[in-house]
Design a protein around this ligand. Structure first.
Ligand code: SAM
Length: 261
């Protein structure tokens, strides 16, 4: 139920709708797809960030591709080892209206450790070599400006932009309606990274409620870490136990990951 329309605009890249809803607070919608809401945003932003950032023993430099609402960099900056988080977001209007209407999500843009670049994440990856410890692809669906953020070439570019022990995570949609996307992402990632796994979380405002992330790692395994790696963190969804449990997949999702592309 929508109480109020806060801002509607056709930007250079997409239709941007910012609305106030009854159940989920303020909500950002891009090209008709729910991106984030005040009520359930913490699930996605905690899970895209803390699984790789606890897996890496010393994540100092992090790249976020997309992430215009600011939630992912907010979670990344909870890790004291992180000296710099670079965010490459193609649409400055998403940042502008997230700052205005999603203040609890977008407040780390002013952090001295944050570097915001308004540009195409695909180009930034192609221009980066041996640069980042962790890369998080917090993009929209593979349509419009995000179309080439789900290609094997992009994942190869990510590998090249990562340091020799780097880790990447990309949001890879839901297994109910986007099985092909997940099958391809896992298949491509397995061909490029020695460690490649899918993990899930529950997001009520996303199609089907079950969301996935594809992880590719050059060295560290998210399921094989010393307990000392974990430290207390201000979260509402992520826990050490859930870190491990999120990689346990329903059978039909496991089979998706094992099928040929
Ligand atoms: N959590 C959401 C999801 O899973 O769909 C994503 C949220 S975030 C708002 C997605 C962002 O990706 C948008 O702000 C969009 O402008 C940005 N984006 C899409 N294509 C991009 C590209 N090629 N380079 C950089 N940012 C891009």
């Amino acid at each position: 139920k929508i109480n109020k329309t806060l801002h509607i605009e056709k930007t250079d890249f997409q239709q941007l709708d910012m609305i106030e809803t009854d159940e989920f607070g303020n909500m950002l919608v891009l090209d008709g797809m729910v991106m984030t809401s005040e009520r359930d945003e913490f699930v996605y932003h905690e899970m895209i960030a803390h699984v790789p950032l606890f897996t890496h023993p010393n994540p100092q430099k992090v790249l976020v591709v997309g992430g215009g609402d600011g939630g992912t960099i907010r979670e990344v900056l909870k890790h004291p080892n992180v000296q710099k988080v670079v965010q490459v977001e193609i649409d400055g209007k998403v940042v502008e209206y997230s700052k205005q209407y999603l203040p609890h999500i977008s407040f780390e843009y002013d952090n001295p450790r944050t570097e915001l670049i308004i540009g195409d994440g695909f180009m930034h990856i192609l221009e980066s070599t041996d640069e980042y410890d962790v890369i998080l692809v917090d993009s929209t669906e593979p349509v419009g400006p995000a179309a080439n953020l789900f290609t094997k070439g992009f994942y190869s570019g990510i590998s090249n932009a990562l340091k020799e022990d780097g880790i990447f995570v990309a949001q890879t949609d839901n297994p109910w309606f986007k099985g092909d996307l997940i099958r391809k992402a896992i298949h491509d990632t397995k061909e490029i990274f020695p460690v490649s796994k899918l993990y899930t979380c529950n997001i009520p405002t996303y199609p089907s409620g079950m969301w996935t992330f594809t992880l590719g790692s050059k060295k560290y395994d998210p399921l094989n870490m010393p307990d000392s790696r974990f430290f207390e963190l201000d979260t509402k969804y992520y826990t050490k136990e859930l870190h491990y449990a999120s990689f346990v997949l329903p059978k039909f999702v496991q089979e998706l990951c094992e099928e040929k592309k």
